[in-house]
Ligand binder design. Structure first.
Ligand SMILES: O=C(O)CCC(=O)C(=O)O
Ligand SMILES: [Fe+2]
Length: 300
C-alpha cells in the first residue's frame, strides 16, 4: 500500500484534476503526500526549531505549561500520558497541544514563551490556509458548495500539536509500548509535517503495516473519522501508528487536526449515498465524537 503523491500546484493543473487525485487517494489509502500546498519551507523550519527548543527544556519548565483538561485540550503532556491505542500502555512521546490557539482562551503564562506563541501562531495560520484549500477541493469532489466544510470549521476544535518521540532503549520500555499506538484520527483531516527520521506506518485493510516515508517536499494528509462519516465510507479513516524510536535517533513531527465545530451534525452527504440506500452511520455531532475520543485516550 503506497501513499500516493498529489501535486496541488494550480499553475499546472486544474482544481478538478487535483480534486480527482485527492478523491482517489482518500478512497484507496486514506493517506496522501501533498506537494505545493503553500506552506513555505522557512515556516516549517521555524516551527520545528520552536518545538525542539521547547522539548529540550527541563521537565520542570515544561510542567509549568502542563495540560489540564480534555475539555480545554491545551498544554504539555509528558511521556506515557496518552495512549492513542487505549489497550496499550502509554505512548513514548511528549506533546504540546493547542486547540483553537488564536482565540486567546488560555492565560499568557500557560504559554512557554512569547516567541513560542508567535512561531506556532504564524505556522498555524499558514497550515490552516492549506487545510482550507483542501477543504474546498474536497467540496468539489463531494458535490457540496465550495465553502461547505470551511464554514463548519470556525476553529473551536482545530488543534495544533507538536510531537517529540525521544530515543529509548529496549530494556527501559514495555514491549507493548509504541511511539503512538494504532488509532484513526477523529476529525475531518489531519495535516502532518514530519522530520526526516520516519516511523509513521499505515495499516492496509488486510492488517499489514506499511511505512510512510518522509518526503521533504510534501505534507502527509489523512482523512479522519468524521470525513469517513460525511462521505459514507467513501474516504477511509485509516488506522496508523508510530514505531518507538528504539536505540536510535529522536523524531519530531507536527500535526494540525482539522476538526469541525462541536455543534456540527455530521451525516452522510447526498452525493455519497446511493438512491434508496440507507447511510452506513447514524448522524452524530462532532463535539460528542471528538470529546469521547480524547477522554478515552488520556491517562492524566
Ligand atoms: O507523529 C506522527 O507521525 C503521527 C502522529 C499521529 O498520528 C497523531 O498524533 O494522531
Ligand atoms: Fe494520528
Amino acid at each position: 500500500m503506497e501513499v500516493p503523491v498529489v501535486d496541488c500546484d494550480q499553475s499546472i493543473r486544474s482544481d478538478l484534476e487535483i480534486a480527482r487525485d485527492i478523491d482517489s487517494a482518500l478512497r484507496n489509502v486514506g493517506f496522501m503526500a501533498v506537494r505545493n500546498l503553500g506552506v513555505t519551507p522557512e515556516r516549517i523550519v521555524d516551527v520545528f526549531s520552536t518545538a525542539k527548543s521547547f522539548f529540550q527544556c527541563s521537565e520542570q519548565a515544561k510542567q509549568r505549561c502542563a495540560y489540564e483538561a480534555a475539555m480545554e485540550n491545551f498544554g504539555y503532556q509528558g511521556i506515557g500520558e496518552e495512549s492513542l491505542d487505549p489497550s496499550r500502555p502509554g505512548d513514548l512521546k511528549e506533546t504540546f497541544t493547542m486547540r483553537n490557539l488564536l482565540a486567546k482562551r488560555v492565560s499568557a503564562e500557560r504559554w512557554p514563551t512569547v516567541e513560542f506563541r508567535q512561531s506556532v501562531s504564524a505556522f498555524y495560520q499558514d497550515a490552516l490556509s492549506a487545510a482550507q484549500r483542501l477543504q474546498r477541493l474536497l467540496a468539489l469532489a463531494l458535490d457540496v458548495p465550495t465553502d461547505y466544510f470551511v464554514n463548519l470549521h470556525g476553529g473551536e476544535n482545530i488543534t495544533l500539536r507538536l510531537l517529540h518521540y525521544p530515543a529509548v532503549t529496549s530494556d527501559t520500555i514495555d514491549p507493548q509500548q509504541m511511539g503512538a499506538g494504532a488509532h484513526t484520527d477523529y476529525g475531518m483531516l489531519t495535516l502532518l509535517f514530519q522530520d526526516a527520521v520516519g516511523g509513521l506506518q499505515v495499516q492496509s485493510e488486510s492488517g499489514t503495516w506499511h511505512d510512510v516515508p518522509p518526503r521533504p517536499d510534501a505534507i502527509v494528509i489523512n482523512s479522519g473519522d468524521l470525513l469517513e462519516r460525511w462521505s459514507n465510507g467513501r474516504y477511509r479513516s485509516t488506522c496508523h501508528r508510530v514505531l518507538p524510536r528504539q536505540q536510535s535517533t529522536e523524531r519530531y513531527s507536527i500535526a494540525l487536526f482539522v476538526d469541525p465545530d462541536s455543534d456540527t451534525l455530521v451525516e452522510a452527504l447526498p452525493s455519497c449515498v446511493e438512491a434508496g440506500a440507507a447511510a452506513l452511520h447514524l448522524p452524530i455531532t462532532a463535539g460528542e465524537h471528538l470529546q469521547a475520543k480524547i477522554e478515552a485516550t488520556h491517562h492524566a
